[in-house]
Design a protein around this ligand. Sequence first.
Ligand SMILES: [Zn+2]
Length: 263
Amino acid sequence: MFQVYLMKLHDVHCHLPKNYFYMDIENYMERWISEGLEVVISVATKYKESLRSIELHSKFNQIVPGIGVHPWSAKRKLTEEIKENFELLILDNKNVVLGEIGLDCHFIDKEEYYPIQEEYFKFFLGLSEKHGIPVNIHGKGAEGVVAETLTSFKIPPNNVLMHWYSGPKKILSQFIDRGYFFSINPSVLTGSSHIEVLKATPKDQILTESDGNVKYTIDDERIIGSPALIPRVLEKISEWKQIENEEISDILHSNLKRYLNIE
Ligand SMILES: [Zn+2]
């Protein structure tokens, strides 16, 4: 059918450096762009993936490069060399996002890693503060410490994004009051409690993400997360916020600009 309005789609958290996407990126991007994708943030979980993010951005300007170390990867001491490597990436590539960074006390149960996670998290928050770069935060099971840690850094609230928030309601409302962004995820299509985050978050603080290539079970079907799922997430947002699809797409688009410091 002829489509008169192509929705503006964005995905603020997708693991494009994973081989699954990276090896076939031309085909994926061609398809997603034809479906209306305007921006996808390629999050990285380690330095090698950060380099891939930057390489992907050089091929497609719709891809915003994310650089960082995921809390699951923060297992060895943060050395001066690692710090310098990331600093250099930022000096060479001004328009990056710091992600996926954060803390995890849920999936990571070895407490000996927690101080290392914190060291990395604080290092990246420091980079954000110093260079004015948006952050893309994972805080599973560590939401209270994330909340506390963020208060020690002067990062504008519009540059803070909570990815797939699933923590306590009290901290959720604290984050909402601070003005942070929340990326709503395809898990809202699976009957998960993430729907509570969507319900609680004002429309001006919502963004969308796939966390691809995570798999979701939607209507008994296993579906691999990617920007192709974003239209269905948008539908769910428009349903809960009682705003037409097209209007919500415009609101989220202007949210994205604020998050990325685009005038
Ligand atoms: Zn992720």
